[in-house]
Design a protein around this ligand. Structure first.
Ligand SMILES: O=C[C@H](O)[C@H](O)[C@H](O)COP(=O)(O)O
Length: 235
């Protein structure tokens, strides 16, 4: 389910640009994934140069990356708020004439539940992406985290809603992927999603769904790394 395709140089440029938004005293949400890892590394270098921030990781993976980069960590319960969140995306709606401009699909790495918690809490949510993530309309499968007892019932409900759910299978273990929260993932194909807000609110109401990977009206900025610079989208 992980997205690939963007160049490492493009991801690095986006991540490094986002890290520049961190200021002394900031609490920074640390997203998950290969693009955000470049931002966390850049934050680590800035901390070596004197920047004083604390990070809130959104997954086991982002915590590991932050520890390696020597980013001091905290938790949502220990802070009054989150100043900045930096996070990647699997797909970014990029038609500036559409209501869905800036909506995201996340969760290719199965981390979207904690990511949404932290990204939504932030005063500013900055998305880091490469051009392969941009699409006029969201169309990737939507990851849905479900409690284990619920996967068959939620699958049936998703089918009734016109979707095609697939239980995400692990690659190095027999059986399904188990999230950092001990749950399962359904990757739900809906085809072209013209109304992400509608799909998001419908999925959120299904019993057994912990969180889905549609992020609507949450992003403030997207930095799109390219092979020779960074493009900015503001919402
Ligand atoms: O669950 C994973 C996250 O939502 C990631 O932010 C997303 O999959 C993008 O990751 P990457 O930057 O590696 O493409």
């Amino acid at each position: 389910m992980k997205t690939t395709g963007g160049s490492d140089a493009a991801k690095r440029r986006a991540g490094e640009r986002a890290a520049e938004r961190a200021e002394d005293g900031f609490v920074v949400g640390l997203g998950t994934g290969s693009t955000t890892a470049y931002a966390i590394d850049a934050l680590g270098r800035a901390i070596d140069d004197g920047l004083e921030i604390r990070g809130i990781p959104t997954s086991f993976q982002s915590r590991q990356t932050a520890l390696e980069a020597s980013v001091p960590l905290t938790t949502l319960e220990e802070v009054d708020g989150v100043d900045l969140a930096i996070d990647g995306a699997d797909q970014v709606a990029d038609d500036s004439t559409a209501d869905a401009y800036g909506a995201l699909i996340k969760g290719g790495g199965g981390a979207h539940t904690r990511e949404k918690l932290v990204d939504a809490a932030a005063d500013e949510f900055v998305v880091v992406a490469d051009p392969s993530k941009l699409a006029p309309t969201l169309e990737r499968s939507v990851p849905v985290e479900v409690i284990p007892d619920a996967y068959s019932v939620v699958s049936e409900r998703v089918r009734e809603l016109g979707g095609d759910p697939t239980l995400r299978a692990a690659e190095c273990k027999d059986g399904p992927v188990v999230t950092d929260n001990g749950n399962l993932l359904l990757d739900c194909a809906f085809g072209s999603i013209d109304d992400p807000e509608g799909v998001a609110s419908t999925l959120a109401r299904v019993p057994g769904v912990l969180e889905h990977g549609l992020f609507v009206d949450l992003a403030d900025i997207t930095y799109v790394g390219t092979d020779d610079g960074v493009e900015t989208r503001e919402y």
